[in-house]
Design a protein. Structure first.
Ligand SMILES: [Zn+2]
Length: 179
């Protein structure tokens, strides 16, 4: 089932999401619907608040081709920078909730990621790097009400200010901001 993606200006995107206490079949189904929604929108990551559910659930799939899909479902993910030498890495990001905006964001290059999979097994991944690290940081930010446009340069904010304003306005007029 394709879900509706909330966009910039929706209040749910600014809420801190609740931990998942029990991984029920309904929540696993939600995760699969999130994956389907993400694939259709050509995204590589999606957090539950983006589809109107304020819970700590994220899906990620960095594969580009349909026959190479490697979906990852993360309940209660936590991500933090690894200790030691860990310079920030800057790369371009976008977000399904902030359409048509791409801008550079600096993030830790090496992270420690923990989560529970759909079977409730605890997964502990050390020294995660590259696109998976960036995506995990971006999605866990969503669970804390943080959007990538909060982290872009003042110059990039200025360039995209009118697009952002339009999104907020669109949400106000349709009443979505109250959802
Ligand atoms: Zn996003």
């Amino acid at each position: 089932m394709i879900l509706k993606i909330s966009t910039y200006g929706s209040s749910i995107l600014r809420k801190k999401a609740e931990p998942v206490k029990e991984i029920t079949p309904a929540l696993v189904e939600l995760a699969h619907n999130m994956l389907e929604t993400m694939y259709k929108a050509n995204g590589v990551g999606l957090a539950a608040p983006q589809v109107g559910k304020s819970i700590r659930l994220v899906v990620i799939d960095l594969s580009k081709e349909e026959d190479e899909r490697t979906p990852v479902i993360l309940f209660n993910p936590e991500v933090k920078p690894e200790d030691g030498e860990n310079p920030l890495v800057t790369d371009e990001e976008g977000c399904l909730s902030v359409p048509d905006i791409w801008a550079k964001v600096s993030r830790p290059g090496r992270v420690h990621l923990t989560y529970e999979n759909e079977k409730g097994e605890k997964i502990d991944m050390r020294d995660v790097t590259g696109k998976f690290a960036r995506c995990a940081l971006h999605e866990v930010d969503h669970l804390n009400g943080v959007l990538f446009v909060d982290k872009i340069s003042i110059a990039d904010r200025a360039v995209n200010a009118s697009k952002l304003k339009r999104m907020v306005k669109g949400n106000q007029s349709s009443g979505n901001s109250a959802l």
